[in-house]
Design a protein around this ligand. Structure first.
Ligand SMILES: *Cc1c(COP(=O)(O)O)cnc(C)c1O
Length: 355
């Protein structure tokens, strides 16, 4: 399919690279593609960034038929631009589509569209240390009908946002609030394993309570017993207990993170044991009491590695590694970011060059 390009005649001024923050500055162009029953996905195109006309009856606005992805483009020291495992994001997008009954997409076309868009916007990829271009592909159901059934029309869109260094003030471990009342996603059969806006809508109330109590993120427990650790906000979670590295198994309620997968691969390549298994909050608390909870960290595209310095569950506060970043967290962060920004060779085939 040919990708049509319409360039803006009002390019914006580029922002100050040292003050980008996250998610509020958008580039000059976006990628769009439409789906209509009978016609399939059609009209892939790059157009000036702007509002998407939408009927107020569009089903995404009422019934949340929506999926999204999140990834980044990185500028290397020699000025080139590259992606980290973008094929994994498109594969996961299709998995999410399947669950939400959105017609599947041609992953090669998505990759071609992404390269085309980012190449056009290459001057928007910042080069200050640890900055990147955040990429947000998403699909919304756009049929104007209030009946509850899968939409007959969809829009696929990719927007780009230059984003600042996540750890501008150095890597600071986060304090985590363990949620015991609300759940993010039902266990098997729900939508927890898919990247869809509804999961985030369900999470806001707990996030607000955590912040009220002085914690920056929520650790979710399983929906059935409120006992087993699932994930943190928009990150998967890892613990080092008495030498064993443990992360919750992908049981259908946890988002299969690409950073999670990369961390497991990396740890195993270093000869370390990683167990994907059930892990209860009780096990964590007793390990901590016995002095055996050595490290904890979250993994996700935004932060890469987010060390956890404190967990609060009910009245029990657990401090991990004296609130400092652990050795493995640091080594993982350094290695993955070195690969992403092209500072060391990529032995895993994780990097896709753009332009
Ligand atoms: C996106 C996301 C993650 C992390 O996935 P990455 O591919 O590593 O960025 C973890 N949990 C949730 C709920 C997410 O939406």
């Amino acid at each position: 399919m040919e990708i049509k390009v319409t360039l803006t005649d009002h390019p914006k001024q580029k922002p100050d690279e040292n003050n980008l923050g996250f998610g509020h500055i958008f580039t000059d162009h976006m990628f769009l593609m439409d789906y209509d029953d009978g016609q399939g996905w059609h009209d892939p195109r790059v157009v000036p960034y702007g509002p998407i006309p939408m009927d107020p009856a569009c089903s995404c606005l009422h019934y949340a038929q929506e999926v999204f992805e999140g990834m980044k483009a990185y500028r290397t020291a020699d000025g080139k631009i590259q992606f980290f495992r973008p094929g994994q994001n498109f594969k996961r997008l299709n998995t999410s589509c399947e669950r939400l009954v959105i017609p599947k997409m041609d992953e090669e076309l998505l990759m071609e569209g992404l390269k085309r868009l980012v190449t056009i916007e290459k001057d928007w990829v910042p080069s200050a240390p640890d900055t990147s271009l955040y990429i947000r592909p998403f699909i919304v159901a756009t049929q104007a009908v209030l009946g509850v059934h899968p939409s007959a029309h969809y829009v696929y869109c990719v927007i780009l946002s230059p984003s600042g260094a996540y750890y501008a003030g150095g890597i600071d471990p986060v304090k985590i609030y363990v949620e015991t009342k609300y759940v993010r996603a039902a266990s098997q059969g729900g939508m927890g394993a898919y990247k869809t806006g509804g999961n985030y809508a369900a999470s806001l109330i707990a996030q607000e309570e955590a912040e009220r109590q002085g914690y920056s993120q929520v650790l979710w427990l399983d929906a059935v017993e409120r006992k087993y650790v699932e994930e943190v906000g928009s990150m998967n979670v890892f613990f080092k207990i008495d030498g064993e590295i443990v992360t919750p198994e992908l049981d259908g309620s946890i988002l299969p993170g690409i950073t999670r997968k990369s961390v497991i691969q990396l740890l195993r390549s270093w000869g370390m044991n990683v167990s994907e298994r059930k892990l209860s909050i009780d096990e964590l608390e007793s390990a901590a009491k016995a002095g055996k909870l050595e490290e904890a960290w979250g993994t996700g595209t935004a932060a890469v590695i987010s060390p956890i310095g404190e967990l609060k569950c009910g009245d029990t506060v657990t401090v991990i590694n004296e609130g400092r970043i652990g050795e493995i967290s640091q080594k993982l962060y350094d290695t993955i970011t070195d690969i992403q920004w092209g500072r060391i060779p990529d032995p895993f085939g994780w990097i896709t060059p753009c332009c």
